[in-house]
Design a protein around this ligand. Structure first.
Ligand code: KIV
Length: 677
């Protein structure tokens, strides 16, 4: 392997090893086997479609012997999907043909629903009975997913994308959780919360708080800069939570809830959401009582959480219906759904809730969130768009769904939460048709197998003009393609992507849309670069320990060089980086996949790390201190370089958080009440 690494330099050790193997086989006149998935069986260089593995927390697992697939090593749980080249090509052709035929009119009920004008924003009222507000909690509930920590810069980027998408309310965070959280919410309130578009749309910026003054004051401190600020406060109402978590009687809980809603109101906030946590398991009569009281105290939205994802759709729909019918004052507030996905029913429950009268749905991009996640924005919104007219009494949202694909990609990159290929709407296979029968049907009429068009979510997989991007393509062609894909980059980001594009195109003949997207992730969707990988050299193989030399450029512009030995090339390279950065971490997760088929494919790596000296944050619901973990992604045609880029990206994210921070100063403000119009 060491010889191969050095002599076949073009596509990194894996390709070099594969081409060395190919030569060896040719010399021996042996036939290569198809479909082998272990390192000992030969894999044709043209057959690898996707390869990923995850390890436990030890770097030593990434040894050269374990780096290649080996089924027998349980901890590495390596999976390699192998398809014949012919199958892959067929699938690509299919995608191209499906997407190049333009109209969806002749298809089905998925025919595009015209976007209607969004009703004026009034906190406790919506003048169009069919309009459903979309409340996105990716930055709050979504960030509570393990490893999904985002920097303030990343949160701001996501908030901007959510505004492009047109969500009505952005829950930007839990400001009391840490000084970073408060700052991030404030930044979003100041920037995104003041950016009014030509139709008068500007998202409401919301901050979460438990029912106590410190939390509420912190939330107000963060959101008050927005044109439409909202405080969301919650307290548990199920018996199990009141007895075991809060250790409070129902009367005490009602008193706290009403006093705290009144307190939020007294700060000048006119848009107050109240959530009875674990409503899905709470006593109905108690819910009627507490919700009636908080309405009197000034709540304008009542959010009904199925906190533990326990309800079935009929049950959750009935709950919303009963609350609307029996809570005193229900006509003067908006009811909202918040459905966790523990039984895989979050989307179904959310739709059932909306059908029963809820006019706000709480959702996250890609469905990320606590445990099994939350209701997925793209599923709920596209279900309403696809079937709302026919089956949901005409319910609709104000979203411009063409921004969904980019939002999904961004959230996946920033949180490190990979979207499963078969995920509805945004998964890699959501619009792929592989079987012959399906392909045949699609060619005759797309409606045979497609209920939505990829265009509806901004997924444009084919250049209609037939332009293939390669090494001769210029900056303008690249920019045009990126805009078609939904990425509008500023001049500096475009320059960075163009440089990477040129470098990759020198080695890889044609760059697909997937390649371009991964280059954007690697160049643009990255944390502040406190350290940047400049050069890397690795010697690895079966003849001894691997050695690596890494050259990093620090934020001071100075180059630092470090060398180390390791049990494998990635281990050695990570240790070389450690000698420079000197921030001891544990590697919690490592995964790699090839972006497209072919041995010259770009390798995309994701890692999750945690500092030995952990940074903690207050968990919104349990109140406990949770150690933050940080994800990073990297891409390169060379698997080791890709791995190191991901590691440096995660270190940058972690170090950004560790930079000296200001104390949170929560000043109860006497700002004038705002008029939400
Ligand atoms: O799941 C839940 O109950 C929540 C509330 C804070 C709304 O996230």
């Amino acid at each position: 392997m060491a010889v191969a690494c050095q002599s076949a330099r073009v596509f990194g050790p894996l390709a070099a090893a594969a081409s060395a193997a190919t030569r060896e086989e040719l010399m021996q006149g042996r036939r290569r086997s198809h479909g082998g998935s272990s390192s000992s069986s030969r894999v044709s260089s043209t057959e690898i479609v996707r390869c990923s593995f995850s390890s436990s927390s030890s770097l030593s697992l990434l040894s050269s012997s374990s780096f290649l697939p080996r089924r027998s090593q349980k901890q590495q749980a390596l999976m390699m999907r192998v398809a014949t080249l012919e199958e892959s090509k067929k699938m690509m052709r299919m995608r191209i043909q499906c997407n190049s035929s333009s109209s969806m009119e002749e298809t089905s009920s998925a025919a595009a629903v015209q976007r209607k004008k969004r009703p004026q924003y009034i906190p406790n009222r919506i003048d169009d009975p069919s309009y459903v507000r979309v409340f996105d909690t990716t930055l709050r509930d979504g960030e509570q997913s393990p490893g999904a920590t985002m920097t303030s810069k990343e949160k701001l980027e996501i908030a901007r994308q959510l505004a492009r998408l047109g969500v009505d309310i952005i829950e930007a965070g839990f400001p009391i959780a840490s000084p970073d959280d408060l700052e991030a919410v404030k930044l979003i309130a100041q920037e995104v919360g003041n950016n009014v578009d030509e139709d008068g749309y500007v998202p409401v910026i919301c901050g979460l708080s438990r029912c106590n003054k410190r939390d509420i004051d912190a939330a107000w401190e963060a959101v008050k800069y927005a044109l439409r600020p909202r405080i969301h406060t919650f307290i548990a109402t199920s018996e199990i939570h009141m007895v075991h978590k809060l250790k409070k009687s129902p009367d005490e809980v009602v008193k706290i809830a009403t006093e705290m809603v009144a307190h939020a109101r007294s700060l000048g906030c006119q848009d107050i959401e109240f959530s009875p946590e674990d409503a899905g398991r709470s006593d109905l009569e108690f819910l009627y009582r507490i919700l009636g009281e908080v309405i009197k105290a000034g709540a304008t939205t009542l959010n009904i959480p199925d906190t533990v994802g326990y309800n079935l759709p009929s049950e959750f729909g009935a709950l919303i219906g009963k609350l609307k019918a029996n809570v005193p004052g229900a006509d003067n507030v908006i009811f909202s759904t918040h459905c966790q996905n523990d039984l895989g029913l979050a989307t179904a429950n959310t739709l059932a809730g909306a059908y029963a009268g809820a006019r706000q749905v709480e959702v996250t991009i890609n469905g990320i969130g606590e445990r099994a996640g939350n209701a997925s924005l793209e599923e709920v919104v596209m279900a309403m768009r696809c079937r709302g007219q026919q089956l949901l009494g005409g319910l609709y949202t104000g979203l411009n769904t063409k921004h969904i694909a980019v939002a999904s990609r961004m959230v996946s990159d920033f949180t490190g939460m990979v979207v499963q290929p078969h995920k509805a709407i945004v998964g890699a296979n959501a619009f792929a048709h592989e079987s012959g029968i399906h392909q045949d049907g699609m060619l005759k009429n797309k409606a045979t197998y497609e209920i939505l068009s990829p265009d509806d979510i901004g997924l444009i997989r084919t250049d209609d003009a037939g332009i293939v991007l390669g090494k001769l393509s210029g900056r303008h062609a690249l920019k045009t393609r990126l805009v078609q894909l939904g990425y509008e980059l500023d001049a500096k980001d475009l320059d960075d992507v163009f440089k990477r594009f040129k470098a990759v195109a020198e080695k890889k003949k044609n760059l697909s849309d997937e390649d371009l997207e991964v280059l954007i992730s690697d160049e643009v969707f990255q944390p502040e670069a406190l350290w940047a990988l400049s050069d890397l050299q690795v010697v690895c193989g079966t003849m001894g320990l691997s050695t690596a030399t890494a050259k990093l450029v620090g934020s001071d512009g100075v180059q630092y060089v470090g060398s180390a030995m390791g049990t494998g090339p990635v281990d050695a390279a990570y240790k070389a980086v450690d000698t420079i950065v000197k921030a001891p971490v544990m590697l919690l997760e490592y995964g790699m996949n090839a972006v497209t088929e072919g041995i010259d494919a770009i390798a995309h790596t994701r890692v999750v790390i945690r500092s030995h000296d952990p940074l903690t944050v207050t968990h919104a619901q349990t109140g406990s201190q949770v150690a933050r973990s940080f994800s990073g992604t990297g891409a390169s045609e060379d698997v080791v370089v890709s791995s190191v880029r991901a590691y440096v990206s995660a270190l940058n994210k972690m170090l950004t958080f560790r930079a000296p921070r200001k104390e949170v100063k929560v000043v109860t403000s006497s700002t004038e009440p705002r008029v939400s119009a």
